[in-house]
Design a protein around this ligand. Structure first.
Ligand SMILES: Nc1nc2c(ncn2[C@@H]2O[C@H](COP(=O)(O)OP(=O)(O)OP(=O)(O)O)[C@@H](O)[C@H]2O)c(=O)[nH]1
Ligand SMILES: [Mg+2]
Length: 296
């Protein structure tokens, strides 16, 4: 019988949580970008082998909420750490460990759940810089283990995964053996498009971007996909479109390539850009874009 369970993956925005979940699962289930607050909701990454099934709960980075979407993101972090077998705190080894992170770990200790720290991005951190940071973790009572990993290079990730197995407390399989996520193809397609927008745009715009799939239809061996990139200010629309439409065209090309890999088929992708003023505070828009209070 397999040992099974849930592991919440939490930490500061940009710490490398989603990259680590993708690496732990061995497939891209969660989008990644250098912009903070890339992940907006819980995304489950499932790993099954002969003796275990581990369900990693990727979460948004810690944030100060400024709107209804932010409130939703905060709730999804809070609900992710309920009823899990272990909390995996990801800390950016390149940026170092700050007091807020230490306070956050202390807060989780009161839950009586094993806490494991993954210090990430060690491929870009020099040991003389890393050592004093790791020393900050020494004094924390109740911290079960610390692992140093590079999710990007896949270093230390297998050791972390094997180490986490001992915390699994269940015996019931939550997913089929070949499932890697709880999300639908439609969700993954919308996230891929959002990822390409995040990668293409300057700092200010990505936080206010949403993606709605209007149509996703199989047409013979290919897929017809029609989607809208939603921005929250009229002034953002020309930026996303770019000069003579160059920016949205480039976003479309990159998104199509990734979606073709996901669907293993040719894709015809049409992208639109629409302004929905202040949509991050609009409950019906949040609902339409899937940011409603789904639980894990
Ligand atoms: N060099 C290096 N970069 C990494 C590593 N892990 C993540 N990154 C980079 O760090 C940035 C943030 O990665 P994400 O995985 O999106 O971080 P996150 O914690 O999920 O961020 P949010 O969803 O915004 O909270 C991206 O540019 C990644 O490519 C790593 O192990 N090494
Ligand atoms: Mg993320």
């Amino acid at each position: 019988m397999r040992k099974t369970g849930f592991i919440a993956v939490v930490g500061q925005a940009n710490a490398g949580k989603s990259t680590l979940v993708n690496s732990l699962v061995g497939q891209k289930v969660s989008i990644v970008s250098p912009k903070p607050q890339t992940t907006r909701e819980q995304i489950l990454g499932v790993w099954t082998d002969e003796d275990s099934q581990m369900v990693f709960v990727d979460t948004p980075g810690f944030l100060h909420s400024k709107n209804a979407l932010g409130d939703y993101m905060l709730k999804s972090i809070e609900s992710a750490v309920q009823d899990v077998d272990c909390i995996l705190v990801v800390i950016d080894g390149h940026d170092g460990i700050d007091d807020r992170e230490l306070a956050q770990i202390a807060k989780y200790r009161s839950r009586n759940v094993p806490i494991v720290v993954a210090v990430s991005k060690i491929d870009i951190t020099q040991p003389p810089r890393l050592m004093p940071e790791l020393a900050k973790l020494n004094g924390i009572e109740g911290l079960n283990e610390v692992y140093c990993v590079s999710a990007k290079r896949n270093n230390g990730v297998e050791e972390l995964k094997q180490g986490l197995k001992k915390y699994l407390s269940g015996s019931e399989m939550y997913f089929e053996e070949d499932d890697v996520t709880d999300k639908t193809m439609r969700f993954s397609v919308s996230e891929i498009i959002r990822e390409k927008v995040l990668l293409a745009c300057e700092q200010e715009i990505p936080h206010g971007v949403g993606v709605e799939i209007n149509k996703m239809q199989q047409n013979g061996s290919a897929w017809d996909i029609d989607a809208t990139v939603i921005v929250e200010k009229a002034s953002h629309k020309p930026i996303i479109l770019g000069k003579h439409g160059a920016m949205i065209k480039s976003i479309g090309v990159h998104a199509r390539e990734s979606i073709e890999k996901l669907l293993q088929a040719n894709v015809f992708l049409t992208l639109w850009v629409k302004v929905k003023e202040d949509w991050r505070n609009n409950p019906s828009m949040l609902n339409e874009l899937g940011y409603s209070n789904r639980q894990k």
